[in-house]
Design a protein around this ligand. Structure first.
Ligand code: CA
Length: 219
């Protein structure tokens, strides 16, 4: 009987525990989720974070586009300078001295240079690329190259091209026959204006200067 009595009490303890669980559930029901204000605040914070991320992305995107434009501009200037300097170095090349082609500089101004060479050594300057004119086309922002078939675009997005000529004594000269050394100055500009850049109507520029001494001109 004693055992039975204890046995009856044990289930009682079990019931009292079972009663606590529903009490805990009812406590949870008092906080069923987020209130409207909490949701609105969370959304507001989310929007602020998104706006900040978008701002950072926009700045980086603009910066990348700017760097890309600057890189392209510098590349154009360097390529144009390399190519021009290499060809101008050949001005006056006249290998057949028995019957010379009389190659040399034929016209020289601040924005244009014409020269001849006898590249194939047949005593004339009438073959391909033997008579060349480089000129600045300011209206179209480009350098043109003319080998007899008309001026062709040589480099685009160019804001300036300046030739300066020096004689054997190192003095500036305008006489074609006296020219021994040529200074080439190319100013390239970005393909598109940047609204964030106030100078020069938004076009950034890059200037390259190089000296060429065509050794055949002294002969
Ligand atoms: Ca020739």
């Amino acid at each position: 009987m004693v055992f039975t009595g204890k046995a009856k009490r044990a289930p009682d303890h079990g019931r009292s525990r079972e009663r606590r669980i529903p009490e805990q559930d009812s406590t949870r029901r008092r906080n069923p989720g987020f209130t409207l204000i909490e949701v609105l605040i969370s959304l507001g914070i989310g929007m602020v974070v998104l706006a900040a991320l978008y701002a950072v992305f926009t700045i980086q995107s603009k910066n990348f586009a700017k760097q890309e434009q600057i890189g392209e501009m510098q590349q154009i200037a360097r390529t144009a300078m390399d190519s021009m300097a290499r060809e101008i170095t050949m001005a006056g090349y006249d290998p057949n001295q028995t019957t010379p082609a009389n190659a040399g500089i034929t016209a020289a101004s601040a924005t244009s240079l014409s020269f001849t060479s006898d590249l194939n050594g047949d005593s004339d300057t009438a073959d391909a690329n033997e008579s060349v004119t480089y000129a600045f086309d300011g209206a179209n922002y480009r350098i043109t190259r003319n080998t007899g078939g008309g001026a062709q675009p040589f480099a685009e997005n160019i804001q300036g091209l300046t030739f300066t000529y020096y004689d054997a004594a190192g003095a500036v000269t305008a006489t074609a026959a006296d020219i021994r050394r040529i200074q080439i100055s190319i100013t390239a500009r970005t393909a598109k204006p940047d609204p964030a850049y106030s100078a020069n109507n938004g076009y950034r520029t890059y200037t390259l200067t190089s000296f060429v001494t065509p050794r055949n001109l002294s002969m």
